[in-house]
Design a protein around this ligand. Structure first.
Ligand code: MG
Length: 501
């Protein structure tokens, strides 16, 4: 039996190797490739994806999985083999369900939609995008039917990004969160202008910004022998292997936090990848438990660590070193205020910690209503704008700063947005657990001593890879499922002190 397991392992490692090669091409496309290379690159990537898909979904793979599954489970739930087979079977069952024609149709539709979205957003013309959005919704409904679901088609889609999550389980969580956030946002808005971020605006050389953020992520524990940082239009992290996890950042010449916090965010994702055990390399166990769990790592470092006062105390001398003269008269408390300034924003990705999750709630409401036929595509912009007024007291003047702002739907992803909020909630739960396991940890960043924090995350989260579903992992390591209170307490505490309410 062990022989068959090794056969399966070899086969899946070849699939992973092909996927890794495709990822290198994807990284190059966003970082270095000249625009002219787009067509040939798309052909190369889709050829590699096809090879990986055919190899993975072969009858041979299915036979080896079913022949070794019971044997592996007999070795104990936590064993490498049992976890390997659980992950492999989940991936395989999903991959064989989608007919090749459907995959092709989905891929053509998303290509056309991305093009349409780019034009529609530039012209702020929702009507031009609407038929494409309808097509994406129809295809996602078909996808949900293919995968199957109990209560809502949304569950089948959500499960692609956050295994085990359901609309019914998320609704009360999101409601509790919104009920807790709204009064905090009201108090902040009543004191709008009392916190300024002028000191992080100015003229900052972009190469110097890159040198700064390289130093920052290096200090956090990002291993440059097993990764590198470049610039791209949208920051991202990509794993080619346990030993090659790359990040990108973006620099704004006139606004320093974009590079600093974009970098720390991606570094959080990359620390998860670089913390994958070596023996998980090119197996179904490599990677994170879910997108939400991944986002918990990026948000933990970006916000809970990176936007804390002790971190600002550590960061300030670095800013002075890289930008001589610019921060001489600035104190750490002022820097802390500046990087935590809160204000309602039309744009999700520019939104602060207090407001961010209501942007996600709005998208969750609109996606579920569209998918369940309770809302027509033509009425979606008004739904969007009404929620913006209700949650933030602002109305988008045009669709480009409203319903057309995100790329996710154009990529075919419905049910992806909730993972961002789950990540925020989990990040605060991790911080709460650290209070018990590593007393005084919040002060460590002031000394640049990040290793004990990283080691804790390595032990409890990173080292588990994809062995467990996210909810299982939380219960094992934190002794609880998703909870809203730690995040609400964190937000309430932070902003009431900052804004004096
Ligand atoms: Mg992220």
């Amino acid at each position: 039996m062990e022989q068959k397991f090794l056969e399966l392992k070899k086969k899946l490692s070849e699939v992973a190797a092909v996927n890794s090669a495709a990822a290198v091409l994807g990284w190059d496309q966003q970082v270095y490739m000249p625009a002219g290379g787009a067509e040939a690159r798309a052909a190369s990537v889709s050829a590699l994806e096809e090879i990986a898909h055919v190899k993975f979904t072969s009858d041979e793979t299915g036979r080896l999985i079913s022949e070794t599954y019971g044997w592996a489970q007999g070795l104990g739930e936590d064993s490498f083999e049992a976890s390997f087979l659980r992950a492999a079977r989940r991936d395989y069952d999903r991959a064989i369900k989608l007919p090749a024609e459907f995959v092709g149709e989905f891929s053509r539709a998303t290509s056309a939609t991305i093009n349409a979205w780019t034009g529609a957003r530039a012209a702020s013309d929702f009507a031009a995008f609407a038929p494409h959005l309808q097509k994406i919704l129809d295809l996602n409904l078909r996808k949900a039917e293919i995968f199957g679901y109990k209560a809502s088609p949304y569950d089948a889609l959500l499960d692609l990004y956050e295994p085990g999550a359901t609309k019914a389980a998320l609704e009360p969580i999101f409601k509790k969160l919104a009920d807790g956030l709204k009064p905090v946002i009201r108090e902040i808005n009543a004191r709008a202008g009392s916190v300024s971020n002028e000191l992080v605006k100015g003229d900052f050389d972009e190469n110097t910004q890159l040198a700064l953020v390289n130093e920052v992520v290096g200090a956090l524990g990002y291993d440059f022998n097993r990764g590198r940082q470049d610039r791209s239009a949208h920051p991202f992290t990509t794993d080619f292997s346990v030993n090659d996890v790359r990040i990108t950042t973006r620099t704004h010449r006139d606004y320093l936090p974009a590079a600093i916090y974009g970098s720390i965010h991606e570094c959080g994702h990359a620390l998860y990848g670089q913390g994958t055990p070596k023996n998980f390399e090119f197996t179904p166990l490599a990677g994170g438990a879910s997108l939400g769990m991944h986002e918990s790592q990026s948000r933990f470092w970006e916000n809970i660590v990176g936007r804390s006062l002790p971190f600002c105390r550590w960061l300030l001398p670095l800013l002075r070193k890289h930008f001589p003269g610019k921060f001489d008269k600035v104190g750490a408390e002022e820097l802390y205020s500046a990087v935590n300034r809160s204000a309602p924003s039309m744009i999700r990705v520019e939104s602060d910690e207090a407001n961010y999750n209501l942007h996600i709630l709005l998208r969750f409401e609109i996606e579920t209503a569209l998918l369940e036929g309770r809302l027509k595509v033509a009425d979606a912009p008004e739904f969007w704008n009404a929620r913006m007024r209700e949650y933030f007291g602002i109305t988008p003047a045009k669709a480009s700063e409203g319903i057309l702002q995100d790329i996710h739907w154009s990529l075919g992803a419905i049910g992806y947005f909730p993972t961002y909020t789950l990540g925020n909630l989990i990040s605060a739960q991790l911080a709460e657990k650290l209070n018990t396991d590593l007393p005084g940890w919040k002060e460590l960043p002031e000394r640049g001593d990040f290793a004990p924090i990283l080691n804790w995350l390595r032990k409890h989260i990173h080292s588990q890879g994809r062995k467990y579903l996210p909810e299982q992992l939380l219960k094992r390591e934190l002794g609880e499922g998703i909870r809203v209170e730690p995040f609400l307490n964190y937000i309430q505490d932070k902003y009431s002190k900052l804004y004096g309410f």
